[in-house]
Design a protein around this ligand. Structure first.
Ligand code: IPM
Ligand code: MG
Length: 388
């Protein structure tokens, strides 16, 4: 094919992407307000175990939640629904990021507790289906990825608000191979998508008496999209005169997070998708590793709660999944409780997690038979709650 023809083909593909993104803008404009869980007669919690160590650790988180919610489960106010089929085998067989029937079931719920799912990469035996996380975030329009990191004895209490539907991820699987030698990917930013994440970060700061919100971009280089993100950040900041607003570039921010003198000053951090992905792994590592961190994916109608780590297929292959650390999924469960209005129960669970993983540590998880099993650890957490 001639280069001119290839350029025309690429332009055609680009045009289709733009049309899809403009359609998304219209959908965002038409969106209503956040769902009010208190107004519901029944809250349906869907549980997708995922694959690898996912089913094992998700089951433990579900046990803890069922324990905390037992009265409301009995009265019918809360229902758990186990959703099968969000596995790599089924996704590969149907060649779908989320099999349509599974997505239908998910959409019948209000909130989802989701275990890690395998994302195939080049060289894997699976077809190159899109990540189930990314697909679910898009399908359910879960635009705010909220990732807290707390290390009380170091004075660290960070909450990251990662934009979850745009940036490098919006059309991450739809880049263009213009010729054999030229590949182009796209980064997408919209006013609506940026406003809603930045507003969510400031609203969280206001509701939780935080005094500082920090934006992170690379707007000196990625001028159009990151530049737009930053402009909108400072214009929304004006609506919150009691909260100080500042911004850092992603490179120096990754450095500042290891600066023990400065890092405790950060409070709420809002950032585009890819930077948020990277920096939240770094931040979780200070807290004890990605296995300790939970993550909330919040939209106006749906919300999904998950671990920030992957499915660790190697642990399953070596028969060690029963020893996997369930704390990330249990922490995700605590975030779920707080999100649907069970704040007292959520606080109890956070307290128990602190006792079991930091102060008391009667059981230790090592990921192998030298430590406790996930089930024993979940029992330990429930026993601790009972004593609070
Ligand atoms: C995360 C993960 C996902 C992401 C992967 C599994 C697709 O790293 O939740 O941070 O990149 O968002
Ligand atoms: Mg990540």
């Amino acid at each position: 094919m001639l280069n001119t023809d290839r350029i025309e083909a690429a332009k055609e593909q680009f045009g289709q992407l733009l049309a899809q993104q403009l359609k998304r803008v219209e959908e965002m404009k038409a969106q209503g307000d956040f769902i009010d869980y208190r107004a519901l007669d029944q809250i349906i919690i869907g549980v997708c175990g995922g694959d690898g160590i996912g089913p094992a650790i998700t089951a433990q988180s579900q046990r803890v939640l069922e324990y905390l919610l037992k009265d409301d489960i009995k009265s019918g106010k809360v229902v758990f629904r186990n959703i099968e089929g969000l596995t790599i085998e089924r996704r590969a067989a149907e060649n779908a990021a989320i099999p349509p029937a599974v997505l239908e079931e998910i959409k019948q719920c209000h909130v989802i507790l989701k275990g890690p799912t395998t994302t195939p990469r080049k060289g894997d035996p699976w077809p190159n289906v899109e990540s189930a996380n990314v697909a679910m975030r898009k399908e359910l329009d879960l635009f705010a990825n909220v990732r807290p990191v707390r290390i009380p004895d170091q004075g660290i209490d960070w909450t990251f608000y990662r934009e979850n539907t745009e940036g490098a991820y919006a059309v991450g699987s739809k880049g263009v191979h213009v010729t054999e030698d030229l590949g182009v990917d796209f980064t997408v930013v919209t006013s609506q998508g940026t406003e809603r994440i930045i507003r969510a970060a400031f609203e969280f700061a206001k509701a939780n008496k935080k005094t500082r919100v920090t934006a992170v971009t690379k707007a000196n280089i990625i001028k159009t999209t990151d530049g737009k993100f930053l402009d909108i950040f400072y214009s929304i900041a004006k609506e919150y005169p009691d909260i100080s607003a500042d911004d850092w570039y992603i490179d120096i921010m990754t450095a500042k997070l290891v600066d023990e003198k400065r890092r405790k000053d950060f409070q709420v951090v809002v950032l585009p998708n890819l930077y948020g992905d990277i920096i939240t792994d770094e931040a979780a590592e200070f807290q004890g590793g990605v296995g300790t961190a939970g993550s909330a994916n919040i939209g106006k109608r749906y919300a999904m709660f998950e671990a920030i780590h992957g499915s660790a297929p190697r642990m399953v292959k070596e028969g060690r999944d029963i020893y996997a650390d369930p704390c990330s999924m249990i922490r995700a469960g605590a975030m779920l409780l707080a999100h649907i209005g069970y704040n007292k129960e959520a606080d109890k669970l956070y307290k128990a997690l602190d006792i079991c993983t930091i102060t008391e540590k009667k059981l230790v998880l090592t990921g192998r038979d030298t430590g406790a099993t996930s089930e024993e650890f979940a029992d330990y957490i429930m026993d601790t709650i009972a004593k609070l």
